[in-house]
Structure formats: structure tokens, C-alpha cells
Design a protein around this ligand. Sequence first.
Ligand code: NOJ
Length: 709
Amino acid sequence: MSEKFRNKFLSPEERAADILLRMTLHEKVMQLVQRPIGIDSNPNNASTWTTFNPLFGSILNFSGSVEERNAYQKAAVEDTRLGIPILWAFDVIHGYKTSFPVPLAQAATFDLETAFSVNAASNREARKSCGTDIAFAPMCEVCRDPRWGRIVESYGEDPYTVSRFTEAAVRGIQDGNPGMLACLKHFAGYSAATGGRDYSAVEIAEIAMQECYLPPFEAGVKAGAKCVMSGFNALNGDPVIKYRNLLEDILRGQWGFNGMVISDCNAAKQLDDQGYSSDKMKQAVASLQAGNDMDMVDMVYFALEDAVDRGDVSVADINRAVKRILEVKFSVGLFESPYVDVQELPDYPEMDALALDAARKSAVLLKNENGLLPLKPAEYRKILLTGPAADDASCLIGSWMGAAKWDAEYAALLKDTAEEYFPAGTVVYRKSVGFTGEDDDPDLSATALAAAEECDMIIAALGENGNMSGEYRSRAFIGLPGRQLQFLRELKKLGKPVLVLLTAGRPLVLSEVAENCDAMLMLWQAGKMASRAAWDIVTGKVSPSGRLPVSFPRCEGQIPCHYNQRPLARRRFKEYIDLPDGALYPFGFGLSYADIVYGNLQVSENPDGDFIAEIELHNNSDIDTDEVVLWYISDPEAELTQPVKRLIGFSREYLPAHADKTIRLKIIPERDLSYPDAVGKRHLEAGKFVLDCSGKADVSFQFSRPEKK
Ligand code: NOJ
């Protein structure tokens, strides 16, 4: 073995340095190129079949068989001069074939184990099915604008929650599947899309970057993510694709990231649309020099060879990017194991059970007037089920469905599963309005209303279909689309109890919906087992335990309405003259069938200067449940004024009927009581703090250690 780079006992850095010396400029540039083979489930990606070239650094969107993937790989390994294997990338966002709850719904579980397992399981399935190496996930952007369709891919509005879920997802992808890479996206600021309009330029104040948008990426880097995808948005006037300060200084310089950066689909080419340059060479050079090592789809990097000849870019710039990609390939063992061996890769155990558990934990009970839920079989023997979500799989699965299809085979429909959950009664299904209102047939609605008259109660399955959230799916009005609300009003007029089951990939404006029903259960897009999870909750087999990871506004004019804003300068003044203050359903909201009493909240200081908070929970009911405990801190007087409150911890606790449980939280002042300034320097001030537990109890305490200068 004369070639050093083949020696697996050398470090990835040494091996990459060695192979780099042997590569031609053309081979190097080809390593920087990622091209599609196949079309993924996102219609906006415009990816088509490419002519395969074994010198490509990476392929995306491939969803053929492992055997095919391995055959392509063989060409790279055996038929090229240096035998550099290819990295295979896919958007495994919330499942491959088995569909799990969308990321926003996963966040509603406030259960990091669920996020770990879902990511481990779905990526195992992708790897075994088509040989994926890189998952284009997690999207670790904080999202505060529900009009933006991609909020569905996020973990919500709170930087702490998003950070913890990002870590769990990275570990699930990488530790759950040795050899695989997580890719944090989209670095940075894409989610702050102005007006919620996808692909819009973004302005974010430096302080907001430090408090909100950067921390989840830093958490993902510290959790070991080996890839980062840069965004296609402009940030404060500079397209991110050419924003060196972000990609080199912050990501690598400050956080020590040593993996590879991939640009987003066609982002370099879009520098033309963004008003920078239509010159491919200029686009390529700007993108490479800013720190994008690999170029996704657009082929702009092919111009780099000429750019070197012309002296527009140095070979050193190219070497730097190639070396980073090769180091990643060496570090995950791709040279030693370029082929996916399906026999050696165990199936992830109990996929359906995991999907069911995640779906149950993610559902959020928003309203339950007069204890309508859980349904009492004796009172409701004949139930009408209607509404577009009852008869549709797309609304249960959502966007980025991987290799699944919007088809009942991939997510059992509400109407098909209902009956087995009500053995003592009858569930009558009647078609009525559609999602969009476009092809609504008034006769169908009339028939459904007539059927409702004959029933004891009504279940209206309403919301968005799978095509109303996701990439390029911004909505200006985020109430129920089409004629759904009008139809609900008609149902309500009948005077029977009405339960609304909601499917959506975003927070909806529900003010009028809430007025026209007795109970409302948010199912999000909970995947393959969504309907079964819904019926388990409706019938009381499971107590609802999800909490909102994002606030639901009263109306669109109230956006943004995230919980962790700074107070008004006139604190007691109202926000609007024509709207009650605060979100309709704020972050953390969610009802339970059980009655959990919070008591005796205390904070004590340890000799080492940390604090321990304790709260006693009592399940004052006959119902077993999970309870999500949310810990918030307020810093009422600070040099740099602070949000009214911010989350510093959460956990999901099992509390059987009548059980007591003491929950503890460790508060580390440097981590939990400090705040960043506009350049990211953290400040820790002595003074009074207030700790709030789930909005049910609070206590103030004094922190007296002076700031170390
Ligand atoms: C564009 C999207 O913005 C990104 O999230 C995705 O990973 C890539 N296309 C690849 O499909």
C-alpha cells in the first residue's frame, strides 16, 4: 500500500492532504460538485436526472435501490484514477417510507428521545432503502412567522427548544447510523423571511442573530454535525451564499466547525436573481471564497477551472474546499466502506410503534369545553365524521414525504380507521367541503348537514392539506382555507357537540374556529399513524400531552406574536386597540385530560454557585398522563433589556393517576442567567430573577455573584 491516503490508520487530515497532492484540477473541481440523480418529493427543486459522472463529489435525490447506488459507487471507486467514493444525500426530513410527525409536530412532544429515535429510524430506513449518507436535516432555524410555509420543517419559535431538538436530531442521524452525516440548514436567517414570503431578502438585527438565530446552529455544530447547508436568502443586504463572515468567521472561526458546507439548490446561480451578478464565474468564485465547499445542483462550479486559469481564484481556495470534503469522507469511513451492506444493517425496531408513539405525543388539545373529550360512548352512539381531512392522506403526511406517497397506503385515513375505535356506536362518514373550496359541491355539504341532524355529535376533520405548507408554500391568510369555516358554522348551528380535528403544517388562525366548536385537537401532520393516534386520544385511551412549540396568532395582523418578546415601553398598555393582547394559543399551551397540580416551587443555591429548582407535581385525577414541564426565566432588570421570559429547560414526565413527582432543574448562572450582546459576548449580572414553571407557579430569587470582567 504505497498511497498514504489508503492507510486507514492515518488521520482524515493526513489522508486528505495526501490525496490532494495527487489530484488534477479537474478532479478537484468535480469533488466540489453535487448533482441530482432523481427527483425528490419537493416540486420546487427542479432537479432532474443528470448524466452520472463517477468523479462527482456527491449525488442528491437518489431514491433508487441500494444495489443501483452501489453500482454507481463501484464506478467511482473502481473506474476512476483515485477511486474517491461519492456521498449520497437525501431530504430525510420526517421519514423515508414510514412517515413520522413533521418536525414542528415533533417539537410539540417536547421529548428529545422521540426526536432522536425518529431521526435514527427514518435515516436507517433511507440508508437501507437507497443508501443515503447525508440527511439534509435538521432544519434548525427559529421560525416566528407562521405564514412562511417552511415553518413545518422547523422546531418552532423558541431558540432553546430549537437548539435542544437540533442536538437530538443530529445525534439521531449520526450516532443512530454510523457513517451518516447530518446537515444543519439553512445557515442563516432564511426563516426570518420578510412577511413570511419564501426566498425573500431578510434583515435581522445583530442582537436577534445572537439571541435567536445563531444558537441552534452552534448547538448543532457542538453536537457534531458534519455538514452545514448555507441558505439562499440575502441577509442584511448580502446573499448568504457569499457571506464570508457567516460561513468562515462565525461557523468555523468562532464555533470550530470542521465539516463541509454545501450551498442550497441553485443558490450560486440565483446570485443573478438576487442582483449580484449573472456571470457564472463570478458567482462561483464568490460562493467558493465565502466558504461554500460543495455546490448543490447548479453546475456553476464548473466555471472554477477557467477561473483558476484566469487568476480569478487561487488553487489554494479550491484545495481548501476539496480538503474539507475529503476529510469528511475519510472521517466517516467512506473509503473503507463505500458500499451500503443491507444485510449488515439491522432494521430499526418497531417503526410503526414509534410512529404511533410520536404522533400521540405530538397532538395538542386546544379546547375542551364541558369535558367533551374523551368521548363517552354511552352519550354518543351515532357520530358524523366529515371534512376534507377525514378522507385525505396528504394532510396527515405533509411535505417532504421522502419515498412515501400521499396515499392511504402510507397513512391510514381518519375515515377508514374511525369505526374500529367506536365498537359500541356508529360512525357515519359524509364527504362535504374540500380543502381549497375550488370544487366544492353544495349538494355534498347539504347531505352531510342532513346526516349530522341524525347524529348525536359531529367530528369535523379540517385544516390544510399536504400541499399548503412546506417550501414555496407561504400563505397570506392562515385560517382554514376554502369554505371550511363557513361549513363549520353551519354544523355548529345544529346545536350538537362539535369536535374539530385539525391537520396543518403551521399554526393557524383559529379564533372563529374556536367559537364554532366545543373541542379542538391539533394533529399537525403526524404521519403514518396520525389517524390512530387521533382516535386513541379522542376515545381516552391516551391523554393528550403535546404543547405548542409556536404561538397561534389571533389574526394575521398580530404576527409576529412569539412569547419571548421584550416588554412594551409602556408595559401596562394594550398592544392593539382592536385585538386582545397575546396569542390566541401561546407557546407552551396544551390541555390535558388529567388535572396536574403544581406546588411548592423552590430555588436554592448550591455551594458551587449553581441553583437547584424544585417543583412538586400531583396528578389529581384518575387518568394516567404525560406532563410537559416548561421552565422559564425572567430577568426583570438588566443593562440590555431582556425578553419577558425565555425557556431554559423542559422535560416530559410520566404521571400515573394520583401520583406525585418532584421535578428538579439545575440552573447554571453562566449558561442560564446570562445573555448575549450584539457581538455575542455573554453578560451575567447580579440581581433578581424570576423562575416560572409551566405558567403554573413562579418564584423569584437573588443571584449575587458579580460579573467577572
Ligand atoms: C432546497 C431546500 O431549500 C433544501 O432544504 C433542500 O435540502 C434542498 N433543496 C435539496 O433538496
